[in-house]
Design a protein around this ligand. Structure first.
Ligand code: EPZ
Length: 423
């Protein structure tokens, strides 16, 4: 397996182009199953998860091709309605094919995704949402089997999500666009990735009102046409590079990004006394003369502070003098990176859903193990300022969600190289 060797680096400096958002393109790829014909998606990042989702689409009978950062999906001959365990277990987002297959073909069989490093990742709201639209769903032998009643289509309904769920919102929206009648979704997730999906569905002829709000009104249609849309920039990749600038006391400008998707992260940097400027499609953090302050962070559904930035901020806060607090309200145990940061010299105490950081640590290199995508990024950030060369293992997590990460970081002056574990 590969690892990263990350050495103490000078303050990062320069510009970095942000890629298309992993969490936006994955549901849009699934949405292409809703219509026969060739759909196009632009600004597609070259990521392992994108290739995995392409394999899922091929397994059900779609033809997927790439040309640069454009993807084409021909869903004309989709004839198999099952997402197998072997693929779903490697990427939870495979469950996004549930809604489209059920809506267009009246049947879907999708493996349960299983858990991840930080505990169970239930899909009960995805299943509940399909039942609200009239599907009959059984779960057995590790698979979700969903069917419409014989000779019937899904039926629109008034649905109230008990909690804000990005994935369940996406799946139910993709099912509702072909349901008979009107669906009203209350307490829908409002992450930018959901807006991106809804806009893409509208390009396919879907009728959706209230995009960007917590109440979506969907008028079901008989059929949809192939879609054509652009993937929004990856707000978490941008936030990760801004954290890299902060932790190394450098100055980095993220290009091809969307500041309004990162406002709560920008506000957190400003509360920490960092200089942050932004324009229409760029964000710059200048930490060269910063005297950063400790801060309290609470993760929330959008537009609150994103849980996907929690690990990266913990690495940064470990190096800032003073006591900081980070409360994780989205996932039960998304702190697997804390013991690894502590091995690098951080002083972080966990109490339930809250991490108490005794900041100002002088980090020293060690071998650490990545547990998930964002934890990997946090360990790399810490390695940029730890004395010596840190070895980050299991970096296949990084390859899932960060395009050309080591190339982009090296271009900013980060000392990082990919090696095999044995080296
Ligand atoms: C999406 O996951 C993202 N993944 C996650 O990013 C992100 O952390 C998460 O949204 C929250 O923003 C993708 O978009 C592919 P949720 P998702 O449904 O949809 C609970 C990354 O690093 N829940 O909004 O799975 C769930 O356990 C990844 O890029 C249920 O209880 O998240 C969590 O506590 C990690 N039942 C909360 O809701 C369900 O059926 C929010 O989860 C579904 C979710």
């Amino acid at each position: 397996m590969d690892c990263y060797k990350v050495s103490r680096s000078d303050p990062l400096s320069g510009e970095v182009e942000i890629s298309g958002a992993k969490n936006a393109v994955l549901p849009v790829m699934a949405a292409t199953l809703l219509a026969p014909g060739v759909s196009r998606i632009r600004n597609v990042p070259n990521l392992k998860d994108v290739r995995t989702m392409a394999d899922v689409l091929r397994v059900v009978g779609a033809r997927v091709s790439f040309s640069g950062d454009e993807m084409s999906v021909d869903a004309t001959d989709v004839s198999h309605f099952e997402a197998p365990y072997e693929l779903v277990v490697t990427m939870r987002a495979s469950i996004y094919v549930l809604g489209p297959l059920l809506a267009r073909f009246g049947t879907a069989r999708v493996s349960l995704p299983g858990g991840c490093a930080w505990g169970p990742r239930p899909v009960d709201l995805h299943i509940w949402g399909m039942e609200q639209l009239g599907a009959e769903v059984t779960v057995a032998h590790g698979y979700i089997e969903a069917k419409c009643r014989p000779g019937e289509r899904l039926k629109g309904a008034e649905i109230h999500f008990p909690i804000s769920s990005v994935g369940a919102t996406a799946n139910v929206v993709m099912a509702a666009v072909l349901a008979e009648g009107t669906t009203v979704l209350n307490n829908a997730a409002v992450e930018p990735e959901i807006d991106n999906l809804c806009e893409y569905l509208v390009s396919m002829g879907a009728k959706i009102e209230g995009i960007g709000s917590r109440t979506l009104r969907i008028e079901g249609v008989e059929t949809l046409r192939p879609g054509d849309g652009v993937t929004i920039p990856d707000r978490i990749e941008a936030g990760t590079f801004l954290c890299a600038a902060a932790i190394t006391r450098g100055r980095v400008r993220c290009l091809k990004t969307e500041p309004k998707h990162l406002m709560e992260v920008i506000r957190a940097f400003v509360r920490m006394n960092y200089q942050v400027d932004y324009g229409e499609d760029w964000i710059e953090l200048d930490a060269r003369s910063a005297e950063p302050r400790p801060v309290k962070i609470v993760t929330q559904p959008y537009p609150g502070f994103p849980t996907d930035m929690q690990a990266q901020f913990l690495a940064l806060l470990a190096t800032i003098p003073g006591n900081s607090v980070v409360q994780e309200t989205i996932y039960a145990d998304r702190f697997k990176h804390v013991p690894e940061l502590d091995r690098l010299g951080a002083t972080i105490q966990l109490q339930g859903d809250t991490a108490f950081v005794e900041g100002g640590a002088k980090l020293t290199a060690a071998t650490v193990m990545a547990s998930d995508l964002r934890a990997s990024a946090a360990l790399v950030l810490a390695g940029l300022v730890a004395e010596g060369t840190t070895k980050v293992t299991r970096i296949y997590h990084m390859d899932r969600g960060y395009e050309r990460f080591e190339q982009k970081l090296s271009a900013l002056g980060g000392r990082i190289e990919r090696a095999s574990d044995g080296e």
